[in-house]
Design a protein around this ligand. Sequence first.
Ligand SMILES: Cc1cc2nc3c(=O)[nH]c(=O)nc-3n(C[C@H](O)[C@H](O)[C@H](O)COP(=O)(O)OP(=O)(O)OC[C@H]3O[C@@H](n4cnc5c(N)ncnc54)[C@H](O)[C@@H]3O)c2cc1C
Length: 214
Amino acid sequence: MVSEIIVEDGKVTGVEIDKGFSVDKGIMSPGVERIKSPIVICAVPLWDLFKVVRESSLPYWYVAWVKRLCENFCQVWTLWAGLKEPLWEPADRNFTMPALNRTAPTHGAFFGSHVSVMDPSVAPKGEYLFIALLQADDLSFPALRKPQNAENRRRIMKVFENWEADITDLWPKFKKALWVVRHANALCISEMPGYTSGAHVPDVQPPGVEGLYS
Ligand SMILES: Cc1cc2nc3c(=O)[nH]c(=O)nc-3n(C[C@H](O)[C@H](O)[C@H](O)COP(=O)(O)OP(=O)(O)OC[C@H]3O[C@@H](n4cnc5c(N)ncnc54)[C@H](O)[C@@H]3O)c2cc1C
């Protein structure tokens, strides 16, 4: 793991890898290795940029911009459920995108599918795996950035409760699911090329640092 991309006098000079402390023949080593390089391509997610690049190496407006962008994730929420009976017939009609009453994301979509032909450890013969996916952002569900907060944990649970209630309205057999696994994660920043114009996202070459591509 790179602990820091070293920037000296406005130029990248390499990276530092923190291997942890070690003691050899009574000598304690901080365990930091430096690899020299005039160019570093930093491919960590944008929200981890300042874990590896010191904020003071970059213009303050750029740091502020990146921080603001990282306040709005494009989120992906998934539900996996094991079923004895398919939710709809014929079971192999595989993909649907209905509207939801309680769970209406500001952007993105909800879809659900049946996957009955899978590895038997995932959907044993005669059972069905139902997968639902919801894309949203901070405007719809403002909780994923700090899921460790009690308020946000409750909001996240509420999204899943509402979502499962919506699915049950559509397909009452969902209530009989053998098991349900809930998962929520950040897909990317909402303001990414493709969603907004490239002019609204930071350039791959942060200003003021020669040799850094991010
Ligand atoms: C549940 C889910 C479903 C998705 N489904 C789809 C899909 O169907 N189609 C699609 O196109 N996209 C999908 N995505 C999005 C897709 O996974 C991401 O957009 C893509 O992986 C981003 O790639 P990346 O290389 O920018 O970042 P990442 O894949 O996050 O790669 C960053 C890498 O940097 C490494 N790293 C971090 N810190 C350090 C460090 N200090 N030193 C060294 N290495 C470091 C990490 O270990 C990681 O390997 C999904 C995402 C999620 C969460």
